[in-house]
Design a protein around this ligand. Structure first.
Ligand SMILES: Nc1nc2c(ncn2[C@@H]2O[C@H](COP(=O)(O)OP(=O)(O)OP(=O)(O)O)[C@@H](O)[C@H]2O)c(=O)[nH]1
Length: 388
């Protein structure tokens, strides 16, 4: 009996939710920064006070926001003041800058929404708060206070490709298959949240990174589920890989079942609601689960509709219809789970597309114009398969 119920339960239990979807997701950290005060001058001798130190952020690979937090739980970074001018040291010594190590990929924004900058390279530095000048004749020999305000550290993943799709579309399956089970877990903040990054390796040693960005569901723009939290990571990817199940999608029994075409429409809508710029990114559409029963017929039915999305979407109500139409550089039916050759083909096309984009970027042609997708499509078709 116990054995029977275990079997039944294991049948019912399809898969557990990903850990980072169950637990809270945090990829920002708010800190307080204060530049050091300038030292006072010495009017009697015309002495100038030392300048207050700056608070400087320094980018470090493999550092997480959690580590930043653990290194200083008070989250306060107050730089040293400059020394006062004295009889012995007429020129006060300036304070030594306070360096705050932060993860590569961080954007730094003040509470007033002012973007201080982003740090995308190892050891890149950014002054967060300037120290005040020392006291001198023009300020009455009184040292000035340093800048002080809270700063938000906002971490965005940097990957070449952003993999987006509704739950169960097969994102993890594809990522695992395409990166040959070498998924590297991103050094990511607050450890409970770890969007996966897979590395696609090619015979010529080229490596391409792909981030699996889960949590997107229908209605995410109304803050359903994880809302749009993960979509910010798409902003920094060079191309989008959208994946849908040929059989469509149903979030739960309370939600309507969406066909494959509707799923594509809703995905584009969600991207657009987050940031209309996202739908201008070069994208490839992967239609997954082509091994399932009836999939070939379903694909035949939808194939032509995918060629003209604008026309195919026009009769849907505006709440679910996107305003912008994403133009796919390629549409690929696959079985991520059952057919390694399909996965290899996708891997090839991604490489082709990234190569074409790099060429176009070099020629500074990558401007949003209607003929561009035609050109990209043509160029990737001319590319030879790459040995993967
Ligand atoms: N038949 C079939 N099943 C697949 C295929 N790809 C994925 N699946 C199955 O679909 C289910 C969901 O796959 P996942 O890779 O976890 O999907 P996901 O998009 O990462 O889902 P979330 O983790 O919810 O975001 C799993 O049971 C997979 O085994 C496929 O090509 N064919």
């Amino acid at each position: 009996m116990v054995k029977l119920s275990t079997v039944i339960l294991s049948e019912i239990k399809q898969k557990t939710t990903r850990r980072y979807l169950r637990e809270g997701f945090k990829d920002t950290l708010r800190i307080f920064v204060q530049g050091g005060a300038g030292g006072n001058g010495l009017p009697k001798f015309g002495g100038v006070g030392g300048k207050g130190a700056n608070v400087v952020a320094v980018a470090k690979e493999n550092l997480t926001l959690e580590q930043v937090y653990k290194a200083n739980r008070s989250k306060r970074y107050i730089a040293a003041s400059g020394r006062h001018s004295t009889h012995n040291f007429i020129l006060g010594t300036p304070g030594e800058d306070l360096k705050v190590e932060v993860p590569v990929g961080v954007t730094l924004v003040t509470d007033f929404g002012k973007k201080l900058g982003e740090l995308n390279e190892e050891n890149e530095e950014l002054v967060l708060a300037k120290g005040g000048p020392g006291g001198h004749p023009k300020n009455g020999f009184l040292g000035v206070k340093g800048e002080a305000y809270p700063v938000k550290l906002d971490l965005k993943l940097i990957a070449d490709i952003g993999l987006v799709g509704f739950p169960n579309a097969g994102k993890s399956t594809l990522l695992k298959a395409i990166s040959h089970a070498k998924p590297r877990i991103a050094a990511y903040p607050f450890t409970t949240v770890r969007p996966n990054i897979g590395i696609l390796s090619y015979k010529d040693l080229r490596q391409i990174s792909m981030a699996d960005l889960p949590g997107l569901i229908e209605g995410a723009h109304k803050n359903k589920g994880m809302g749009h939290q993960f979509l910010k990571h798409v902003e920094r990817t060079k191309l989008l890989l959208m994946i849908v199940d040929i059989n469509g999608f149903q979030l739960s029994p309370q939600y309507p079942h969406r066909s494959c075409l509707e799923t594509i429409m809703l995905l584009i809508k969600e991207l657009e609601m987050y940031n209309a710029e996202l739908v201008k990114k070069p994208s490839i559409l992967v239609i997954n689960k082509m091994d399932t029963e009836g999939s070939i017929q379903r694909f035949e039915e939808v194939k032509d509709k995918l060629k003209n999305l604008k026309e195919s979407f026009k009769d849907y109500p505006s709440e679910i219809r996107p305003e912008n139409i994403l133009k796919f550089c390629d549409i690929i039916p696959v079985s991520a789970k059952e057919r390694p050759a399909d996965v290899e083909y996708v891997k090839n096309r991604l490489r082709n597309l990234l190569d074409v984009l790099a060429e176009l970027e070099q020629q500074e042609q990558l401007k949003a114009n209607s003929g561009l997708y035609q050109e990209i499509r043509q160029k990737i078709s001319e590319k030879q398969p790459i040995r993967v």
